[in-house]
Design a protein around this ligand. Structure first.
Ligand code: PMP
Length: 433
C-alpha cells in the first residue's frame, strides 16, 4: 500500500492532486495503537481498513503483543513436522468455533495464497478430479496458481505461467451490475443455475470444487443475494463437487460472526483463513475441513516458516480475544451504526451508486458525473481522504477499481466509526464539488 521512495512514501498508482503528493511518514517509523497511526511529526492517521484488512484487533493489541512476547522469549520456531502444545491449542480453539461439519485443521501455512492452494490440493486428491470453478471478480492470492484461478484477468496478463487449463470462471452474484441483466429477487439466481452450463460444456467433466469468497473482497465487496449459498451448496452436491470458502478476508469476525459461513448459513467442505488470524498483522494461515478430506501428509503441503510458534501464539491470543463473551455481539451492534452512517453517505452523494456490506466489511461503489464506474474518482477520494483528512482507505482494484473499501479493526469504538465516516463524507463531498 505504501510504496517507499527515498525518505518519503507515496500511495501506489494514486494520482497526484494540485502538484502535491500524499504524505505519510515512512511506515517503519510510525507508531500504532488501535485504529490510529502516529508519525514522528506528531500527526495522527485513522486507519479505516485494518492495514491490509489483516489487523483484526488493530495496531499492537496488548493481548496479542503479550502472547507474542512470551513465546518469543521461550522459542521462536521448530519444524512444523514436530507437534507441540501451542499447535494443538490453536487447533482446538479453531475447532471450538468452526462452521458446522468442520472437524479438522491444517496449520502449516504462512499466507492465504498457499492455504488456498492447499485447500484445492486436498479437494483434488480427495475427489480424484482436477477442475476448479471460481468466480469473476474473485481474488484468491498472488502465487501463479491462485492468480490463475482468480477472476481478475488483467493480473494474469504479465505472468504467462499464471494460467490453468483446469480453471473455469463463472459470473459472480453481483446484483448491482448483474452479468445476466437480471433483477433480484425475481431473477431465479442465474448466477448459480447457469453454472451447470459451465460444468456441462466448459469443464472436462471432472470438477473437484467450487471456490468462493463469501463476500468478494478485492473484487468490489460483492455480497451475494439471499438464497445464493443454498443454491450453490445444492449445485455442488448434485455434481459431486466440494465447496471451498475462501474466508481469508471474511473470517475471524469480519462479518460479525467468527466466519461468514455463520453469517450466511453456509455449509462448507473446506474453509481457508489467514489475514485476521494473526490479530495485529502476524502472518499465519489455516485450512479447516471435514476430517475425511484430510488426505495429504505433512510432506505434501508444508512450508519452512509454517506453524511458526510466535505466529501461533498471536493466533491463540487473537482467538481468545475475539471469542471472549460479548466481543462479537459488540461488533454486530457497532456494525449497525457503521451501516447507517455509510448508507447515509450513499444517499447524500451523487458519486456513490451503491453501499453494500455486512459487519465490519463495507464497500462504496463510486461513479462519475455520468454515473459510469470510475476508478479515477475513487482514487481521488482516497488521496483527498489521506492528504486532507488523514484517513486511510483502499480501493477494490481487482474489479473495476471503483469500490472504496471500509474495513475497520474489530476493536473500533462507536466514536472511531463516527470519525471514520465523518472524514469519509467530507472527502467524498470535496471530490464531488
Ligand atoms: N484470498 C483472499 C480473499 C484475499 O483477499 C487474499 C489477499 N488479499 C488472499 C486470498 C491471499 O492471501 P495472502 O496475501 O495472505 O497470500
Amino acid at each position: 500500500f505504501y510504496r517507499q521512495r527515498g525518505g518519503g512514501v507515496e500511495i501506489a498508482n494514486a494520482p497526484v492532486l494540485d502538484g502535491e503528493t500524499a504524505e505519510l511518514p515512512p511506515r517503519d517509523r510510525l507508531k500504532g495503537c488501535g485504529l490510529r497511526l502516529f508519525g514522528a511529526d506528531g500527526l495522527e492517521y485513522l486507519d479505516a481498513v485494518s492495514g491490509t484488512f489483516n489487523l483484526s484487533l488493530g495496531y499492537n493489541h496488548p493481548a496479542v503483543v503479550r502472547g507474542v512476547r512470551a513465546q518469543l522469549e521461550r522459542i521462536v520456531h521448530i519444524s512444523s513436522h514436530f507437534s507441540g502444545e501451542v499447535v494443538e491449542t490453536v487447533k482446538r480453539k479453531l475447532l471450538a468455533h468452526a462452521p458446522p461439519g468442520i472437524d479438522a485443521v491444517w496449520l502449516r501455512d504462512v499466507t492465504g495464497s498457499t492455504a488456498v492452494e492447499g485447500a484445492i490440493k486436498f479437494a483434488q486428491k480427495y475427489t480424484g478430479k482436477t477442475d476448479v470453478i471460481s468466480l469473476f471478480h474473485s481474488h484468491h492470492g498472488q502465487t501463479a496458481y491462485t492468480t490463475a484461478i482468480s477472476g481478475n484477468a488483467f493480473r494474469r496478463a504479465n505472468q504467462p505461467d499464471a494460467t490453468s487449463s483446469h480453471s473455469i470462471k463463472v459470473p459472480a452474484p453481483y446484483c448491482h451490475r448483474c452479468f445476466f441483466g437480471a433483477e433480484y429477487p425475481g431473477c431465479g439466481l442465474p448466477c448459480v443455475s447457469r453454472i451447470q452450463d459451465f460444468i456441462d460444456y466448459a469443464s472436462s467433466g471432472r470438477v473437484a470444487a467450487v471456490i468462493v469468497e463469501p463476500v468478494q473482497g478485492n473484487g468490489g465487496n460483492i455480497v451475494p443475494p439471499h438464497g445464493y449459498f443454498d443454491e450453490l451448496r445444492a449445485l455442488c452436491d448434485r455434481n459431486g463437487m466440494l465447496l471451498i470458502l475462501d474466508e481469508v478476508q471474511t473470517g475471524i469476525g469480519r462479518t460479525g460472526h467468527m466466519y461468514a459461513s455463520e453469517t450466511f448459513g453456509i455449509r462448507p467442505d473446506l474453509v481457508v483463513i489467514a489475514k485476521g488470524l494473526g490479530g495485529i498483522g502476524i502472518p499465519v494461515a489455516a485450512i479447516l475441513m471435514r476430517s475425511p478430506l484430510l488426505v495429504l501428509d505433512g510432506h505434501e503441503h508444508s512450508f519452512t516458516s509454517g506453524a511458526n510458534l510466535v505466529a501461533l501464539a498471536a493466533a491463540e491470543a487473537t482467538l481468545d480475544t475475539i471469542t471472549a463473551p460479548g466481543f462479537l455481539e459488540n461488533v454486530r451492534r457497532k456494525s449497525i451504526l457503521l451501516r447507517r452512517c455509510l448508507e447515509s453517505i450513499g444517499r447524500d452523494s451523487q458519486i456513490v451508486s451503491d453501499v453494500r456490506g455486512v459487519g465490519f466489511m463495507w464497500g462504496l461503489e463510486v461513479v462519475d458525473a455520468a454515473r459510469r464506474p470510475s476508478s479515477e474518482v475513487t482514487e481521488r477520494i482516497i488521496e483527498v481522504a489521506l492528504r486532507k483528512h488523514r484517513l486511510i482507505l483502499r480501493n477494490a482494484r481487482y474489479g473495476r477499481g471503483n469500490v472504496l473499501k471500509v474495513r475497520p479493526a474489530l476493536v473500533a469504538t462507536e466514536a472511531d466509526l463516527i470519525e471514520i465516516t465523518q472524514r469519509l463524507r467530507e472527502a467524498i463531498a470535496e471530490v464531488e464539488d
